[in-house]
Write a protein that binds this ligand. Structure first.
Ligand code: ATP
Ligand code: FE
Length: 404
């Protein structure tokens, strides 16, 4: 089994070829660093154009590096959501609980994937981007079995989930505003750091020079508790004995405008003109408090989940922010304290990549969830299954999801 994975859900154009046994044959990522500098963040329209320019050479390079042609592939896996919703164009309305509107960014990858699948009559697998961030941990750690806990921290998500099986996830926590990756990005921008490097690593490096206790940040706790529904669902799903109803609060994350979290003594407008040492102190203090915020929630969620599902052995941390060494070290400690093993994919597989998409495609393919090859004479106005808004844990259209 050899699968090509294609990823274009945000600002990276990525493709990879992976074997059914987990062997990575190639991995190619084209980033949009220049656009990030120019626009100070991801500009959906520009991102789409950059994907269009990159997609052909990125997929071809992935095949070339693997020493293969598309004829050698068994299937194509492509991210169909979730992702940038700013650039929703509304020209595709899909079935299901939607209406699902097409984000032009997905369109680039999905079109390419379908073009290859159509030309070579290959099955195609639509992949959930956050499931891919999760499942790539099962490629890098082949002993990782369901059920496990996972924290997904990235540019668009903070998700605490209990993974019961393929396509079967229970969400224990999510963000109510900015995701932690976005908080890193805003802080980097605010400190005037070089955006050509990814903002997260720039803060991580600068923070090494700073004093994490030098600046007081306001608490990021929020009293909101919109986990109730999921908790009830969770109890129904996993309770095997008398049900002990969870009554304590599970807070959501709040990373609203990072500037508001600083106590007023730092003139915000001056942040980027501070001496390097003061900026390092800000970076270190921001990082400490942001990660502390994760630690508290993970600790509570793990305790609670272990009561319900004592067979959990592993705590997966993935998504772009999981490539941060400080984040990994702190969460490793939390996992250890709770008797779990931390599983973190290598940094290059934490940020967006084609490998995670190919691998998730492989996992689904192996349980029979894939679409038959698009007909060779597929009309140009065919409506594709694209899901810019697609909560993790929601069933795939065919309802095939089960624990293994
Ligand atoms: P999502 O996965 O939620 O759709 P995305 O795909 O844009 O969002 P990822 O590529 O998974 O996000 O992660 C990118 C984010 O990770 C960015 O916000 C980036 O700043 C952050 N990031 C990357 N490396 C690091 C690091 N070393 N430290 C902190 N943050 C980092
Ligand atoms: Fe991502």
């Amino acid at each position: 089994l050899i699968v090509l994975g294609i990823e274009t859900s945000c600002d990276d154009t990525a493709a990879a070829v992976v074997r059914g046994n987990g062997e990575i044959l190639s991995q190619v990522v084209s980033t949009q660093a220049d656009l990030l500098v120019q626009y100070g963040g991801v500009a959906p329209k520009m991102a789409e154009e950059a994907h269009s320019r990159a997609i052909d050479w990125v997929t071809q390079a992935a095949l070339d590096k693997a020493n293969l042609t598309a004829k050698d592939l068994s299937a194509v896996a492509v991210t169909i959501g979730p992702g940038l919703s700013l650039c929703l164009r509304g020209f595709y309305i899909l079935s299901g609980p939607g209406p699902w509107l097409c984000s032009s960014d997905f369109f680039v990858g999905v079109c390419k994937g379908r073009e290859i699948a159509r030309s070579f009559q290959l099955p195609i697998i639509g992949v959930h981007h956050m499931e891919a961030h999760t499942l790539v941990a099962r490629l890098t750690d082949r002993d990782l079995q369901f059920p496990f806990m996972a924290l997904l921290i990235s540019g668009g998500h903070n998700l605490l989930i209990l993974a019961h099986g393929l396509g079967h996830y229970i969400q224990l926590g999510t963000t109510i505003d900015d995701a932690i990756g976005e908080a890193y990005d805003k802080t980097a921008k605010w400190l005037g750091l070089d955006m050509r490097r990814s903002s997260g690593p720039a803060i991580e490096d600068l923070a090494r020079e700073g004093d994490p206790d030098s600046i007081r940040f306001k608490s990021m706790s929020s009293p909101l508790m919109d986990f109730k529904c999921d908790c009830v669902r969770f109890l129904h799903l996993v309770a095997k004995g008398p049900v002990e109803v969870y009554v304590g609060p599970m807070e959501n994350w709040k990373f609203t405008a990072i500037s508001q979290l600083l106590d007023a003594e730092i003139p915000l407008s001056l942040a980027s003109s501070h001496e390097r040492s003061s900026r390092a102190d800000i970076a270190a203090s921001f990082q400490r408090v942001a990660v502390l915020h994760l630690e508290e929630r993970c600790e509570r969620a793990i305790e609670w989940a272990l009561k319900m599902e004592p067979s959990i052995k592993c705590f997966v941390v993935s998504g772009g922010v999981a490539s941060n060494q400080y984040v990994r070290a702190r969460l490793d400690q939390i996992a250890k304290n709770k008797g779990l093993q931390l599983v973190c994919p290598p940094p290059s597989l934490c940020t967006d990549n084609g490998v995670m998409v190919a691998w998730t495609g492989i996992e689904h393919f192996q349980m029979g969830r894939f679409d038959t090859p698009p007909p060779a004479d597929e009309p140009e106005d065919t409506v594709y299954d694209l899901r810019p808004r697609w909560p993790l844990g929601e069933e795939y259209a065919d309802g095939k999801s089960e624990a293994r």
